[in-house]
Design a binder for this molecule. Structure first.
Ligand code: 5AD
Ligand code: SF4
Length: 490
């Protein structure tokens, strides 16, 4: 019998902390298995010049916390700064402008940012320190109280104002804020610094119009705004011309997309449109809301080979009663019906999910329903979280809070349950061949890493060199719960 092993990315189901979503999908996990990350795509200002000299002018350092949306926002913020003559440096100590693009989805994420800000208490002199993103929006001017050395606080719904805000700081302004949420505009930039050489992100919808009772996002990112389909398609064409073959469409509820232009495309039309751009071989999308997940999306994946066979469809809980308290707008049965559609597709589609344990009032019976939903859904992977009460959410003051130890226990049980599902499913894949886009290499250069269209991570050996960026066939020889090992089929 093949020995079970794990090639190293166990955090998916093991620690209750969401691996940054970009890791999930961008191949950065490769670093965790000792694969070298890809070089940057030669973006101006993305790194110091290779000759060791320091470019003249103003410098910035930008650290990003949280999800893929934040990662991509940071690429655009970096583009804005480069447009204003700034260049990126690799250490905050060397930067004139230090920015943190923050996350506040769970308390731990917020604490991490405040710890970072604390580092500057005695060192900030002469630098501009700024807080961007969700924590900026959530805490607003309070941040100036807690960290008086901060001079810029700007939420993502106000990024269009960033050039102005930075101009104010450059001309001596001491404290500037961008905290409006009542916007119907999206963040468009002329320059975007692309940090992943193979996969390019395109935000198609910003904000969220749902009101899940545990979630800060509607408060921190504002109302839902979709970009015009023409703007999305032109960006996809530009990316294909620049050599990208894989595009990931982003949105907090990506499939709620509604084209504001007269063409009035729905999400599925946009999916087909982007997949038809010459040169694009893979189109991914995340995150889908079950309520807006229609059969037409499965049909499109079945018909269009460029659409990746992976759907991230967060369920959050397997109990209809808890789902109602979470204001998720669907029942367990309605959710599972969508899983049946996906499973009935002609090509196998991988499904992943987010699950929260310990929501207020979650009983043992509710939790048991979440476990049984895992059995029914047979997810490829889950991101699992302990419920974390957040400011400005309706669940914040709900009665019957679950004690912390009990949340931890449920999380461990959940992860163990899912791990067994993944081990069994992955063992069945041994011997199968998959197309892999190679996005990392082992220092010894004999082992490579990449993703299948289902977004499965495979590390493999090859007699060939220089595989980065290539699509190759790999046969799976061993399987762990979260990744695979294989051989290049030449
Ligand atoms: N507590 C725990 N997990 C949360 N998530 C969102 N808000 C909270 C919270 N307050 C999880 C959800 C969501 C993912 C991005 O983060 O599962 O899908
Ligand atoms: Fe948060 Fe719910 Fe909106 Fe997702 S759909 S971002 S969980 S409010």
């Amino acid at each position: 019998m093949a020995k079970t092993f794990d090639v190293g990315i166990g955090s998916l189901v093991s620690d209750g902390v969401r691996a940054p979503a970009a890791q999930q999908a961008s191949g950065r996990e490769a670093a965790a298995v000792a694969l070298l990350p890809l070089p940057l795509r030669g973006a101006p200002g993305a790194a110091p010049p290779g000759d060791g000299s320091v470019p003249a002018g103003k410098s910035f350092f930008l650290e990003t916390f949280g999800c893929q949306m934040n990662d991509h926002d940071s690429e655009k913020v970096a583009g804005v700064l480069q447009g204003r003559g700034y260049h990126a440096v690799e250490s905050p100590a060397l930067a004139d402008l230090v920015l943190y693009n923050t996350c506040s989805i769970r308390e731990k994420a917020a604490q991490k940012v405040f710890a970072r800000l604390g580092d500057w208490k005695t060192l900030a002199d002469g630098k501009i320190i700024g807080v961007l993103g969700c924590l900026a929006q959530q805490e607003g001017e309070e941040i100036f109280e807690r960290a008086p050395w901060v001079s810029l606080v700007c939420g993502s719904a106000s990024y269009r104002k960033l050039p102005d805000l930075i101009a104010q700081l450059e001309s001596g302004g001491r404290r500037v804020t961008g905290l409006d949420l009542d916007t119907d505009q999206t963040f468009e930039t002329e320059i975007t610094r692309r940090d992943n050489m193979l996969r390019a992100y395109i935000t198609i919808i910003e904000g969220c119009d749902y009101a899940c009772s545990y979630c800060v996002v509607p408060h921190t990112r504002g109302p839902e705004r979709s970009r015009a389909s023409d703007a999305v398609l032109s960006e996809a064409r530009r990316l294909a011309d620049a050599g990208y073959t894989e595009i990931q469409l982003l949105g907090q509820t990506v499939n709620s997309y509604r084209d504001p232009s007269p063409r009035q495309w729905k999400f599925v039309d946009l999916l087909r449109g982007v997949a038809a751009v010459p040169g694009i071989r893979r189109v991914r999308f995340t995150t889908s809301h079950p309520n807006d997940f229609h059969r037409s999306i499965v049909e499109a994946i079945d018909e269009v080979p460029e659409l990746c066979d992976h759907v991230h469809l967060p369920v959050q809980s397997g109990s209809t009663r808890v789902l109602r308290d979470m204001l998720r707008t669907y029942t367990r049965e309605e959710y599972l019906e969508k899983i049946v559609w996906i499973r009935a597709a002609r090509r196998p589609i991988s499904i992943t999910s987010d699950v929260i344990v310990g929501f207020p009032g979650e009983t043992e019976a509710d939790f048991a329903e979440t476990l049984s939903l895992l059995d029914a859904a047979q997810y490829d992977a889950i991101f699992s979280f302990k419920y974390s009460p957040r400011p400005n959410t309706s669940a914040m003051h709900m009665p019957d809070a679950i004690p912390e130890e009990e949340k931890s226990r449920r999380l461990a049980v959940l992860n163990e349950h899912q791990r067994a599902i993944q081990i069994a499913a992955n063992q069945r894949r041994i011997g199968q061949c998959y197309e892999v886009l190679v996005d990392g290499r082992h220092p010894q250069r004999t082992q490579w890493g990449g993703r299948t269209t289902c977004n499965r991570l495979i590390n493999f050996t090859s007699p060939r060199g220089n595989l980065l960026g290539e699509y190759v066939q790999v046969k799976i020889t061993r399987a762990g719960p979260n990744s695979f090992a294989g051989e290049h089929v030449t």
